[in-house]
Design a protein around this ligand. Structure first.
Ligand code: F6R
Length: 613
């Protein structure tokens, strides 16, 4: 986690760095700092708390003079959020300043080694250890690049580093392993950043650094090197999305904006993959022969992506009759998973950076499985690690809580299911045509669910439910799978304790908790299971729960007889129904969080991309 940015050019660096960091706050936001080469050397300013505090402390950066600088927004891993733990960190000599995104796993050993040499530390961070070690090597050889090479050779773990040296006032050096880093080409100025939005305002021409690569640059030139120190030429890539895609555009929060972007994200994800009534997964090699030889499919993912995989399990088993396992990526590596070359491992990840998921992919490959990524961020670490990748086309997702990331993952999962069902001969032409038609209709149906009337209705339910401090989400089969995501949305953005249970499981224990003051969200959109879920609604209501039932329009009248609050969603093909059901749940979580005054886009303790295990 954490975001880094660097600038060199003829403009004042600090305001550009602070603005860039504001686009990276989703990566971490417990403290921030900048270092600018001033006339009197390296000028470091840091502040615990949100970036705004750093901005206020420096008048938006205007009080820090200099045209070359680096900046950092932090999500604490080593040492609590504080001024002294914030980046940039200086070497003991004060000659080197660096910012770091990642985690140095052998930090403790390196720290001891440096302590034995008499080095003292001002912070508890792994980053300061790197800065100090680099400082020592630099003092020994007087060659910054050689010293950086020697330093990174000693590091285990992940890093993207932006480095300044007091003796080299025009240059920035950047190097990376297992953490993202992009280089931005400007006119008479150059940039580095952890992610595109930080520099998109200034340039749309970038290069993605690979592991081990280094960029050494000033305002007018850049040299790239591979891990062995050989000069390389990097491909210049054009970013096709605009700055407005990375800004709030009139919405109160990114989360709400991203909920509203779902129709477009779904169109972009589905549209190019439906051709002449068929699913076409261009560039993806999943032939009928290969699929027929599979013993199972195994999904690895975390959080909401794992819940999207939960939907995949139901539909792949039902419609393709193929054994489908889902595993939390954080558990996968350590459970000695049963896989071989006849297993397809599918990694789902919006960021493409989640450390647990990345390691799960590597483990799957070591065990001989073929790997496929369902990823949003192009060129991200998991996309590179997986044998093949199907991209979701959600565009940049900034709010920490995913919305369009999840729904586009579902869309790819439907497409994949359709492809596999057809390749295995498990689906008849009518059903397949029904799926295609339902997918084509989906963006419009989501648009309808975002109409003002429906929003007003959800706002009024949210108003009523805001007072509760405990929630249960219940549903059966695919409804239960979607409830997991609905419940996560509520707990992560509204800080309400929320559990999710298959509706039929409630009476086997958790029902004892239900009393006055509990809210229960029941999802009942599967016709065959409707009566059973409604019976569960009756049970919780009888024990005092305030129930919101989400059901199909044609079942709403019946649901109203049992639940105090009912939201009706339009119906579609049962396989695709989850994508409609989640929309009111996202909105409910959002509006309850707003009512409770929560920091919706940056919930406490969380960060957008979780690059630590
Ligand atoms: C919840 C949320 C997280 C992520 C999880 C995996 O709203 O966003 O649970 O889904 O951290 O992240 P990715 O998909 O980037 O691998």
């Amino acid at each position: 986690m954490c975001g880094i940015v660097g600038y060199t050019g003829s403009r004042q660096a600090a305001p550009i760095l602070i603005d860039g960091l504001s686009k990276l706050e989703y990566r971490g936001y417990d403290s921030a700092g900048i270092c600018v080469h001033g006339e009197d050397g390296l000028n470091v300013v840091k502040a615990k708390g949100r970036l705004q505090i750093l901005s206020d402390k420096t008048a938006g950066g205007n009080e820090v003079q200099g045209v070359v600088g680096i900046g950092h927004t932090r999500w604490a891993t080593h040492g609590a959020p504080s001024d002294h733990n914030s980046h940039p960190h200086l070497s003991a000599s004060g000659k080197i300043a660096l910012v770091h995104n990642g985690i140095i796993e052998n930090e403790a050993r390196l720290r001891e080694e440096l302590l034995a040499k008499g080095i003292t530390f001002a912070s508890e961070t792994d980053t300061e250890v790197v800065a100090s070690m680099l400082g020592i090597y630099y003092d020994e050889c007087g060659d910054l690049i050689a010293a950086i090479r020697k330093t990174v050779a000693r590091l285990e773990g992940s890093y993207a580093l932006g480095i300044l040296c007091v003796d080299d006032p025009d240059r920035i050096v950047a190097v990376k392993k297992n953490s993202p880093l992009i280089f931005g080409f400007g006119q008479g100025e150059n940039y580095i950043a952890s992610d595109v939005p930080a520099i998109l305002k200034h340039t749309q021409t970038v290069a993605y650094l690979n592991d081990g690569e280094m960029a050494v640059f000033d305002a007018n030139s850049v040299q790239f090197f591979d891990g062995n120190g050989n000069p390389i030429v990097k491909t210049r890539e054009q970013i096709t999305w605009s700055i407005s895609a990375a800004e709030r555009g009139g919405f109160e929060h990114f989360m709400l904006k991203e909920i509203f972007e779902q129709p477009k994200a779904l169109r972009d994800t589905i549209g190019p993959r439906l051709k002449d009534g068929k699913v076409v997964l261009e560039g993806i090699d999943l032939s009928a022969d290969y699929l027929k030889g599979l013993n199972k499919i195994c999904f690895v993912a975390c959080g909401s992506a794992y819940y999207a995989a939960g939907v995949a399990k139901y539909i792949l088993e039902k419609y393709c009759r193929i054994t489908t396992e889902i595993m939390m990526a954080s558990e996968f590596r350590y459970c000695d998973p049963v896989l071989d070359e006849k297993t397809l491992v599918i990694a789902v990840s919006q960021s493409g950076e989640t450390a647990d998921t990345l390691e799960a992919v590597r483990e799957a490959k070591r065990r001989g499985a073929k790997t496929l990524g369902i990823i949003n961020v192009v060129g991200s670490a998991i996309a590179k690690a997986a044998d093949q990748t199907i991209y979701t086309c959600a565009g940049p997702e900034i709010a920490v809580a995913t919305t369009k990331g999840y729904t586009t993952q579902l869309a790819v999962i439907y497409l994949l299911t359709m492809h596999i069902a057809q390749a295995l001969g498990k689906v008849d032409a009518d059903t397949y045509a029904g799926w295609v038609a339902a997918l084509e209709r989906l963006p419009e149906q989501v648009e309808d669910l975002l109409s003002q009337d429906r929003i007003d209705q959800i706002k009024s339910f949210a108003q009523r439910l805001t007072r509760h401090n405990n929630a249960f989400y219940i549903g059966r089969n695919l409804d239960g799978a979607v409830c997991l995501e609905g419940s996560l949305k509520l707990k992560e953005v509204a800080y309400i304790h929320s559990e999710c249970y298959p509706a039929g499981e409630l009476k086997h224990g958790p029902l004892s908790l239900i009393e006055d003051g509990y809210m229960v969200v029941a999802l009942a959109t599967i016709r065959e299971l409707f009566d059973k879920t409604v019976a569960n609604v009756r049970e919780v209501r009888a024990r005092g729960a305030d129930v919101l039932c989400v059901t199909l329009e044609e079942l709403a009248a019946e649901a109203k007889k049992q639940a105090q609050n009912v939201i009706a969603v339009p119906s579609t093909d049962p396989m695709i129904q989850p994508s409609l059901n989640i929309i009111p749940m996202q909105l409910l979580g959002y509006y309850i969080a707003v009512n409770r005054g929560c920091d919706v886009d940056k919930p406490r303790n969380l960060a957008k991309s979780v690059t630590v295990e």
